[in-house]
Design a protein around this ligand. Sequence first.
Ligand SMILES: Nc1nc2c(ncn2[C@@H]2O[C@H](COP(=O)(O)OP(=O)(O)O[C@H]3O[C@H](CO)[C@@H](O)[C@H](O)[C@@H]3O)[C@@H](O)[C@H]2O)c(=O)[nH]1
Length: 241
Amino acid sequence: MPTYNEAGTIGRTVGQVLEACPDISIVVVDDGSPDGTGRLADSIAAGDRRVHVMHREGPRGLGPAYLAGFAWGLERGFAVICEMDMDGSHRPQDLPRLLALLDRRPQVALVLGSRRVSGGATAGWPWYRDLISRLGSWYARHALGIRVRDATAGFRAYRSWALRRVDLGSVESSGYVFQIDMLRRILAAGGIVVELPIVFVERTQGVSKMGPSIVLEAMVRVTGWGLERVRGCFGRGPAGR
Ligand SMILES: Nc1nc2c(ncn2[C@@H]2O[C@H](COP(=O)(O)OP(=O)(O)O[C@H]3O[C@H](CO)[C@@H](O)[C@H](O)[C@@H]3O)[C@@H](O)[C@H]2O)c(=O)[nH]1
């Protein structure tokens, strides 16, 4: 669970996750939050052995924070590694449903909590935020030729074997485009991805970290991957080798 300035939400969200999934381990990856989230995480971890904290140094970013969390989980041999926001937008009570799907379907590489399939929704987002999210997913789907409807979804359960198939060391995405980047890599490695409907509830405390640089990074990277894909299509075949 990545955190940047989530002092107002971390206690409640961690408690709810542990209540929903008592056998889970949580690693909080904090990027030196100035509001003291890291210290709060340490004190939660001191009282509960299921909670761990990584204090990350270096440039901030959702992508590098998640990569650090993945490495932590892979080193310790966990079979499934989940991602979710700390602000309560991803409802902890939905987590068992994501995990149950992996239990039922051993061949699935990744389950997404999706806002864009039947039964999924966002609650409390202003219209412009919903539009940006929809446009982002639409653009990613068409540029990258993928069928997943909620490409930027941040509520996920990855099978560890699927993460091991991906060259995580080559992932450079920093902002929310990290989610699209991981999705395209899992699909390119032949992984089966399933979307389960969730309701994403806008935070009531703290603020979103989305800003122009995050949107710009997403546009530039997705366009670049799209162009690579088109070049790959035209370059294939005997003449193009
Ligand atoms: N460590 C770390 N954590 C971060 C950073 N930026 C954001 N986070 C953490 O990542 C989670 C999501 O950040 P928000 O800023 O609350 O995201 P949002 O605007 O609600 O974005 C939602 O939509 C995105 C686009 O669809 C999703 O990609 C994202 O996961 C989330 O669902 C929160 O727990 C937040 O503290 C960072 O630079 N470093």
